[in-house]
Design a protein around this ligand. Structure first.
Ligand SMILES: [Zn+2]
Ligand SMILES: [Zn+2]
Length: 276
């Protein structure tokens, strides 16, 4: 166990209480044979028992499209929330998130985005892996990609926090991570946008397939995922981002990914740390 103090409160991380908290939480998060995996992931979190028990994990029932927690589930059928049912089926991109975007998450994501703290990266990539074992392990995902930053923003910040998360998740799962998209519009920061409508408009055509801009991405490998022998005929790829708010970013990315010939029919599943 880490000798470093708890990332959020500074107290010592160890102690018997922590094991009990983690056991209980793992049993609540997964009821399958993924329990040992999820237990081990929770144990790797750089947090003490008290802070682990404060993590705002999402619980079922959830919207089968966007993964948000829903208070009421319709009897016997899988429910879709009001926001998602407003979109035609081809625009309903499956998303699953690990935690609610509450003040705790907002504060930590904010620090991570602008400082790229290594331990926060470990925290968020571990949270993403927990959601993977809860939702996506059986989905036949072969490739991971991520929401890119605009080049100008990347230069200012020096790193893309989402790319780092995707790489960490890919390493743990043994899956390739590829840059498949570039951002052509330097969209207004999320925090400066007012209203759902303006966010959706600003996301129209915000992305391009990476190869279309001459980006030296490893795009060439994509066609192989659908051609590999013994693989499902419909390729499944996972798109990683930090926060799912209206889903406008994810939908815009998915539409652009489908312009890549090998991914025209692909199942695109998004995995995000937070669901606001
Ligand atoms: Zn703590
Ligand atoms: Zn929904």
């Amino acid at each position: 166990m880490s000798r470093q103090p708890c990332l959020t409160c500074g107290q010592s991380i160890g102690g018997h209480a922590r094991t009990g908290v983690i056991r209980q939480l793992a049993a609540m998060l997964v009821r399958t044979n993924h329990y040992p995996k999820v237990y081990s992931l929770l144990n790797q979190l750089p947090l003490c028992a008290t802070c682990i028990s404060r993590i705002p994990f999402l619980h079922d029932p959830w919207c089968m499209v966007c993964g948000r927690h829903m208070l009421v589930n319709s009897r016997g059928t899988q429910a879709i929330c009001g926001d998602c049912s407003g979109f035609p089926e081809q625009l309903q991109i499956t998303n699953r998130s690990t935690i609610r975007y509450d003040d705790w998450a907002k504060n930590l994501i904010g620090v991570y985005k602008y400082r790229g703290d290594e331990r926060l990266m470990q925290l968020f990539s571990t949270l993403l892996l927990i959601a993977w074992y809860r939702h996506y392990d059986q989905q036949g995902i072969e490739l991971i990609t991520y929401v890119p930053l605009h080049d100008q923003r990347l230069r200012e910040r020096g790193f893309n926090q989402t790319e780092l998360l995707a790489e960490a998740v890919g390493r743990k799962l043994g899956l390739p991570v590829r840059k498949l998209l570039t951002r052509q519009k330097n969209t207004t920061k999320l925090s400066q946008q007012t209203g759902k409508q303006s966010r959706m408009v600003s996301m129209n055509d915000a992305f391009l397939p990476a190869h279309a801009t001459g980006d030296p991405a490893t795009y060439d490998e994509v066609p192989r995922i659908s051609a590999a022998p013994g693989k499902a005929t419909v390729p499944a790829i996972m798109l990683i981002d930090d926060i799912y708010t209206t889903g406008a970013t994810i939908r815009s990315c998915a539409q652009t990914l489908r312009k890549i010939p090998a991914l025209r029919e692909a199942r695109i599943l998004s995995l995000t740390v937070c669901r606001s």
